[in-house]
Design a protein around this ligand. Sequence first.
Ligand code: PEP
Length: 248
Amino acid sequence: MRRKFVAGNWKMHGNLVDNDALLTGILAGIGEVRAEVAVCVPFPYLAQAKAKLAGSKVAWGAQNLSQHAKGAYTGEVSALMLNDFECKYVIVGHSERRALYGESDAIVAEKYAAAQTAGLVPILCVGETLEEREAGITEQVVGRQLDAVLNKSGVISFANAVIAYEPVWAIGTGKTATPEQAQAVHAFIRAKIRALDAEVAEHLVIQYGGSVKASNAAELFAQPDIDGGLIGGASLNAEEFLAICRAA
Ligand code: PEP
């Protein structure tokens, strides 16, 4: 059976005081959670996450990285810098990065490769916009996003990666994909990977992301190809996040 994995994406939220309370709350309840759990925090709080979570059941990671190893890239953060903070995970290709910061499929593929070269586990986000869903091209879009990474890093790279299917229309909108809608795309993703390597596909963790809450998590996570979630807004509340983790 595949492992279940729930990761929180804090986005650009938090401060030292609030983070401490949030992490303390998560640690207090993590004993009852069977799934693997991680929090992806803003860069300035990686040291805090490491200090607070080292030795616990909760892993930590970043929300982005540079595709470059080092150099004149003002404001960027490299994979090796993330290693200094012992990050396990890094989110790559979140739809907000693609839409607001112009990250193309090619850049996302470079970032994914840079993360893996440094030993980080990328959480690769893919997903369609509402217009794309309504145009009936969801599989085409998700397939294209996956192909960019497959062409650069190969299917075997997915033995050390996580995919998060996040329909853009469901992120931060309160509109969740129905379990059936989500399962259909998850099955498509797994079939695409299976066509290249059945073993990798069988073990690949595919998270769902998009307005997951304690009230809808169990139904989503019960789907055969949904292996947990990437959680935005609801990961900022310890009780809500723990309830989602317990549902996985
Ligand atoms: C996300 O940021 O990846 C996300 C899924 O956000 P939310 O849960 O708030 O929709």
